[in-house]
Design a protein around this ligand. Structure first.
Ligand code: SF4
Length: 232
């Protein structure tokens, strides 16, 4: 693995899903992206939305060249929830390498409301999320922990309790998912992330192969089957 590698919610999420998948992508450098055209289209659309949202928050509401109705619909939803006048930071990046936690995150949006700060993550998912599931999601833990650890540097007047997170589902704006934060959650997240990163470092190239339902939706299925045949 590249020495300059920083763990992120993506890489840690992949490791949690399947350590073998992590090895293929981040150690062997093999792309796991399949060629399913529908999936490809959805990924591209999600990426385009993020670009448009960043432009919107930077004062560029130039959608005249957009022909995709879905994208325009999402932009209407975004504008209604977050008008231009709010105090925000967009595509805000934090990196840290201390306490055995080398981690980075790039936040879609940070909204500053009086003495509170809210992390907003845009989701273009087709099914609505559940708050209990999202609270335990590695993205929630990485995003809140990293902001909490570096809060004094970026927002000196705020406290850990002032942080919250919203998963803003563009297809389900009424299904609001807000998650609060506190010192206790912060310490639990710190321990979890330290343990997870420590485990990856220790494992090096001996990540085992999981054999469960995650394989069915994984771009490496045929590759894994071939490798299994070779070793059995
Ligand atoms: S096919 Fe299964 S074992 Fe192989 S990388 Fe994917 S999830 Fe992991």
């Amino acid at each position: 693995m590249d020495k300059s590698f920083y763990y992120s919610q993506n890489s840690l999420g992949i490791y949690e899903r399947c350590p073998k998948m992590f090895e293929y992508i981040y150690i062997d450098g093999i792309s796991g992206k399949g060629i399913d055209p529908e999936l490809k289209k959805n990924i591209e659309r999600g990426t385009n939305f993020h670009i448009l949202a960043e432009r919107y928050f930077n004062g560029m509401k130039d959608y005249f060249y957009i022909e995709d109705d879905q994208l325009l619909e999402w932009m209407d939803v975004l504008e209604e929830r977050y008008p231009e006048e709010i105090d925000y930071r967009t595509e805000f990046e934090i990196r840290q390498d201390r306490d055995e936690i080398r981690l980075m995150a790039k936040y879609d949006l940070l909204v500053i409301e009086e003495d509170k700060i809210k992390i907003v993550d845009f989701k273009t998912n087709k099914k609505p999320y559940n708050i209990g599931v999202m609270e335990e999601d590695i993205q929630t833990k990485v995003y809140m922990f990293l902001l909490g650890e570096n809060l004094k540097k970026v927002f000196p007047k705020m406290k850990i309790e002032d942080i919250s997170m919203e998963y803003f589902q563009l297809n389900y704006p009424e299904n609001k998912i807000f998650i609060g934060y506190n010192e206790k959650k912060h310490e639990t997240n710190k321990k979890k992330l330290k343990k997870l990163i420590g485990e990856i470092k220790k494992n090096k190239k001996i990540f085992f192969i999981k054999n469960n339902e995650t394989c069915e939706k994984c771009g490496f299925e045929s590759f894994c089957k071939k490798n299994l045949k070779k070793t059995s």
